[in-house]
Design a protein around this ligand. Structure first.
Ligand SMILES: NC(=O)c1ccc[n+]([C@@H]2O[C@H](COP(=O)([O-])OP(=O)(O)OC[C@H]3O[C@@H](n4cnc5c(N)ncnc54)[C@H](O)[C@@H]3O)[C@@H](O)[C@H]2O)c1
Ligand SMILES: N[C@@H](CC=O)C(=O)O
Length: 488
């Protein structure tokens, strides 16, 4: 692996400021999804080693929370700067292990770094308040205190930003952190640990454990010293983590699956809307919780939209993320098989294949962008998050029906509306049961916004002022028998 700074490529876990090997001889190979080559190995820590990470974090907690917000902020700002200084290497590592085009990986480094900077500043505003007292001669108020040891289980589709969006907030709030990256993409996380160490973040405050996912989550979710668990990934695993954490009643923050509707009204520029829909569908090769999953188009513009969508889709270049492409490989062969099964199911139930030719795929882990028209609620492409470059489109006739169809899912993460009629937009936006609604734009995320879903898309919010609150407890105080009048 060719990096400007080879020390960023780490194959050991990082616990209590030390690089740690697994005790078994079964480290897991990490593959380049573009060609199946082994990039390196992910250490599989055992249960005792993972418990050791909790002990280290618990020990580090007192010192970390005792720092002033300025002191913590300075260390986080230094970490942020180091991410920028090593942008090329981080992007390179990410493309190798995740597959996304290098251009997108660079974008993710910038996006991920922005959370660290934003929370370093936002922690200054972790205000408590005074409460007008109902008790004579008492002073009432609240303080914000860090919740304690915080665990982060992160996915393979955004190997950097899903860590920094959680860890930036937790660290700024005064919590020590244990990250468990996806085994498909551990190297970006371990490079972040190397940079955290260089930034001067003390031992035990930022730990990265790697291991067999079920073992790691069992140990971390049942340890009573862990006070908060944050996960981004599938709803299936999210539910498992809720069950594992129930015995010790932890804070939970869950960013789970989505099934985003993309609604296109008849008053828009059809070509422009089709271009945006293609971008919304195929971002991160469709392996994105924000990816447009069901595209609803007003019947009056339906045929023209399909034609323009197909044109823009066919212009997408598919290949290794190291080349000038728009779509890289899927994360592994299973994902390709899952995408094909969804297409087969839709075709068997009457969907029309408008474009997509899998025989053109440049490798075993690639799935060619595919456009299915006339999808219906009975089809898997409608009901499930495809997490692949498979676009499903259907026509709608009236606004109430399309909002009802969009809400006909257990998910509620993000929705898109394209229209120029403000009253119509407002009505639809209020009717959509989603945590985030984006109107006439694809780009909606960023450090200042509360990212998250409703229904089975998750609990809590990441980013923004709400993202910091996930790592803060409110302590109420009542100072009784004070010498003066009640506080107000
Ligand atoms: N919201 C997101 O950003 C996001 C990210 C990745 C995957 N997903 C979801 O996952 C589905 C496909 O991905 P997949 O097949 O890898 O899903 P998956 O549920 O098998 O795995 C998702 C992640 O969870 C972790 N995981 C698996 N079992 C675990 C356990 N017992 N304890 C703790 N962590 C565990 C894995 O390390 C993996 O990175 C998609 O349909 C999508 O819904 C969502
Ligand atoms: N694309 C999302 C991550 C989910 O997959 C984001 O922007 O945060």
């Amino acid at each position: 692996m060719q990096l400007n700074d080879p020390r960023l490529f780490r194959q050991l876990a990082y616990v209590d400021g030390q690089w740690m090997a697994g005790r078994s001889n079964h480290d897991e190979p990490v593959l380049d999804p573009a060609n199946g080559e082994i990039l390196g190995y992910c250490a599989l820590l055992d249960a005792e080693q993972i418990t050791g990470a909790v002990t280290a974090a618990e020990r580090a907690f007192a010192g970390w929370r005792a720092l002033s917000v300025d002191e913590r902020g300075r260390l986080l700002q230094r970490w942020y700067q180091l991410l920028h200084e090593h942008r090329e290497d981080l992007a390179h590592l990410m493309t190798l292990e995740q597959g996304k085009p290098l251009r997108d990986a660079r974008g993710e480094v910038d996006y991920g770094a922005s959370f660290i900077q934003w929370f370093a500043e936002e922690a200054r505003r972790a205000y408590g308040m005074t409460i007008p007292s109902h008790i004579p001669n008492a002073m009432l108020g609240t303080l914000k205190e860090p919740v304690g040891v915080s665990v982060m289980l992160t996915p393979w589709n955004f190997p950097l930003a899903m860590i920094t969006r959680k860890a930036g907030a937790a660290l700024a709030a005064g919590c020590p952190v244990i990250v468990k990256p996806a085994n498909e993409t551990p190297f970006t996380a371990l490079a972040l640990a190397e940079l955290a160490e260089r930034a001067g973040i003390p031992p035990g405050v930022f730990n990265v454990v790697t291991g067999e996912p079920a073992t790691v989550s069992e140990v971390l979710c049942t340890d009573t010293r862990v006070r908060s668990v944050s996960f981004t990934g599938s709803t299936r695993v999210g539910k498992l983590l809720i069950r594992q954490s129930a015995g010790s009643v932890k804070r939970m923050s869950l960013e789970l699956g989505g099934n985003a509707p993309f609604i296109v009204c008849e008053d828009v520029d059809v070509d422009e809307a089709a271009r945006e829909a293609v971008a919304a569908k195929f971002q991160t090769a469709g392996q994105d919780c924000l990816a447009a999953n069901r595209i609803f188009v007003h019947r009056r513009i339906y045929d023209r939209f399909l034609e323009r969508f197909a044109v823009h889709m066919k212009a997408l270049r598919v290949g290794s993320g190291m080349m000038e492409v728009d779509i890289g490989p899927l994360i592994h062969r299973r994902a390709v098989e899952a995408a094909q099964a969804i297409v087969d199911d839709a075709l068997a139930q009457g969907a029309r294949l408008m474009a997509g030719n899998q025989s053109m795929a440049p490798g075993a882990n690639f799935f060619m962008p595919t456009l299915l028209a006339d999808i219906t609620p009975e089809m898997r492409v409608f009901r499930e998050e495809t997490f692949s470059p498979v676009a499903g489109v259907c026509a709608f006739d009236d606004d109430e029906a399309v909002v009802a169809a969009a809400n006909d899912t257990e998910y509620g993460l993000a929705a898109y509306i394209y229209s120029n009629d403000v009253k119509r937009i407002w009505k639809m936006m209020r009717g959509l049961e989603y945590g985030m609604v984006s109107v006439n734009t694809l780009k909606m995320t960023g450090a200042p916004i509360p990212f998250g879903g409703v229904k089975q898309s998750g609990l809590g919010r990441e980013g923004g002022a709400q993202g910091l609150e996930e790592y803060l407890d409110t302590k109420y105080f009542c100072l009784g028998n004070m010498p003066g009048p009640s506080g107000s």
